[in-house]
Design a protein around this ligand. Structure first.
Ligand code: CA
Ligand code: CA
Length: 287
């Protein structure tokens, strides 16, 4: 019995040791496979490799997954990579963010990373990157620092999970809750390419989110004021309600903008400012 257990643990540890994430690795799908990205069932609902039409155009392979939004397998927007190239020690490899090119169809997605680590501990990106359906290929970055995740279940810390990842998921979920690691039930198509383990932040101000822009007062009954740190980076602001519907959008061309919110329904909104230096999202509460 003891011998069998020892054999099993040796097999498991050598398996894990074989599949280690490494700095700079890229899933570009040019080998014609899905590069271990699955949804846990086989069959027609599984992610597929599409041979042309990626961000590089003709002959640029990419990964495509369509969630059904109905009941059963394939209902949720979540793909995962387990005990393969996205397992291991992200901290030791100095991976600070996972960058990827994405295209979204049918419904807007709130993309986040989700990790499972020691003792089944699960955590997801605290802030989503919202990708608008039908907006073509977008380059996005999901940060991997110790301040970028919220643990959802299990005994371990963010640092401990980042040092021993067993499963990495790319999910869409609007609001964090205990079930959100599984991804939201939504009908959408996610196309992904060039999933990159980056050791440099793609945006110089990504690690200082609080400097990205300021909103006040919050909560508010009548006005939402937005202040930008610099004007040359500004492009637009979009506000989404809790159902993911865009309720407001405008171009920002000055440092201070005031939006009349008195007619908005009470509740939580996501305020997204997109500019050359990145996309930043803040939560706003209308009272
Ligand atoms: Ca490709
Ligand atoms: Ca190709």
């Amino acid at each position: 019995m003891k011998k069998k257990l020892l054999f099993l643990s040796l097999t498991l540890s050598s398996f894990i040791a074989f599949a280690q994430v490494s700095a700079g690795q890229i899933d570009d799908f040019e080998d014609g496979t899905v590069q271990n990205w699955i949804i846990g069932i086989t069959g027609p609902l599984s992610p597929i490799n599409v041979a042309t039409g990626g961000p590089g155009g003709v002959d640029d392979n990419f990964l495509e997954y369509t969630s059904t939004g109905t009941n059963g397998a394939g209902a949720r927007m979540a793909i995962f990579n387990s005990f393969q190239q996205w397992s291991g020690d992200f901290a030791a490899q100095s991976i600070v963010e996972v960058q990827m090119d994405v295209e979204v169809l049918t419904n807007d997605l709130h993309l986040r990373l989700a990790f499972q680590g020691p003792n089944g501990t699960r955590m997801i990106s605290t802030n989503p990157v919202i990708v608008t359906a039908g907006s073509g290929w977008n380059s996005i970055a999901l940060p991997c620092g110790i301040n970028d995740f919220t643990v959802q279940s299990g005994p371990n810390t963010v640092s401990e999970v980042l040092a021993a990842v067993s499963t990495m998921r790319i999910i869409s979920v609007r609001e964090e809750n205990i079930d959100s690691w599984r991804g939201e039930v939504i009908a959408a198509t996610l196309r992904v390419d060039n999933i990159t383990a980056s050791t440099t932040l793609s945006r110089k101000d990504f690690d200082s989110k609080n400097n990205a822009f300021t909103i006040y007062p919050n909560p508010s009954r009548s006005k939402l004021n937005i202040t930008l740190p610099t004007i040359e980076h500004a492009s637009k602001v979009e506000v989404y309600n809790i159902l993911g519907a865009r309720v407001y959008s405008t171009v920002l061309n000055k440092l201070n903008t005031s939006i009349n919110v008195s007619q908005w329904n009470n509740g939580v909104y996501l305020v997204r400012v997109s500019s050359d230096s990145g996309t930043f999202t803040k939560r706003f509460v209308k009272q």
